[in-house]
Ligand binder design. Structure first.
Ligand SMILES: Nc1ncnc2c1ncn2[C@@H]1O[C@H](COP(=O)(O)OP(=O)(O)OP(=O)(O)O)[C@@H](O)[C@H]1O
Length: 291
């Protein structure tokens, strides 16, 4: 369904510095209808790799296939059309504050050139029903909780009936109870609609709750992969120090190679500040995604 072959993304160097190889020769096959988790510390290249899938960030090398189409061979109108099969949600929700919930969801249909108003209305109702927000259609984002906003964002992504849903840290701005609700909706969407889900996170709890397969990233590379069910096995031992650290929730075990104790813990930044930064970053990308 999704196939990444030797995908690399290098950002130009700041003055006097080396170019940043954010994604380094990643090959990954994601089966249709599965949920793929991508985990790693901040700066590992997770978001860039996710944005490589819909070419929001065009890879500097390698090939991306989605549902049999090589996206890396497309540009312009053909790429825009292919992207309608790929929905995306972000940490900062990216709702337009002066539009109602229904109008926010309708946006993606307008960009997808669903020209008939009655059809758009039907699809908005269908998408809002999936996330149980039909009764909130006429309210504004400011009147919603964080979890409800993310559910509207999910509805907006689903309105074009995509085959793939890309999720960039979708629950990082939410408390644990709301996180569980949003993850449940993503699981339902995957099961009921057969949508392939790719979720980037730095929380193994999110992976445990939702994913079928896990890819661990470090320094732009996928350093380890395993089925998420392995995480429930008591004797499961990730191969890499970073995998060990993430799977163990911070418990460090020296297994002979590079000591896990050498792995730096992720930087803790204030959640509100992180959310604000993510929202600013995400909003740059909204028009491209829904377009
Ligand atoms: N547009 C850009 N221009 C220059 N460098 C970038 C750009 N986007 C990302 N990078 C750099 O690429 C590397 C990978 O970034 P990326 O955001 O993909 O990592 P991440 O694992 O998603 O981190 P986080 O969890 O903090 O979002 C980082 O060093 C980052 O600073």
């Amino acid at each position: 369904m999704i196939s990444l072959r030797h995908v690399s993304t290098t950002f130009p160097a700041a003055r006097g510095e080396d170019p940043i190889r954010a994604v380094d020769a990643v090959s990954l096959e994601i089966p249709q209808g599965s949920i793929q988790g991508i985990i790693g510390f901040s700066g590992a290249g997770k978001s860039t790799l996710l944005r490589n899938i819909n070419l929001l960030e065009r890879p500097t090398a390698g090939a991306v296939h989605v549902a049999g189409t090589e996206l890396t061979a497309l540009d312009g109108e053909a790429l825009r059309r292919a992207r309608h099969h790929i929905g995306m949600i972000f940490q900062g929700f990216n709702l337009v504050n002066n539009l109602t919930v229904a109008q926010n969801v309708e946006l993606s249909l307008k960009f997808a050139e669903v020209s008939e108003k009655a059809e758009r209305r039907r699809r908005v109702a269908e998408a809002l029903a999936i996330v149980d927000l039909a009764d909130r259609a006429e309210t504004y984002p400011a009147q919603l909780s964080g979890g409800q906003k993310q559910r509207v964002a999910i509805a907006r992504a689903l309105a074009t009936r995509p085959q793939v849903l890309l999720c960039d840290e979708p629950t990082s701005a939410l408390d644990p109870a709301t996180t569980a609700t949003v993850l449940q909706y993503l699981a339902d969407v995957n099961r009921d609609l057969g949508i392939t889900v790719v979720i980037v996170t730095h929380e193994m709890e999110v992976i445990k709750a939702l994913a079928d397969h896990v890819a661990v990233m470090e320094d732009g590379r996928v350093v380890e992969r395993f089925p998420a069910a392995e995480l429930d096995r008591e004797d499961f031992a990730p191969r890499t120090a970073i995998g060990e650290y993430l799977a163990g929730g911070g418990i460090r075990v020296d297994r002979g190679g590079r000591a896990a104790a050498d792995v730096a813990a992720p930087e803790q930044t204030d959640r509100a500040e992180q959310t604000e930064q993510a929202a600013a970053h995400d909003s740059h990308q909204l028009s491209e995604v829904v377009g």
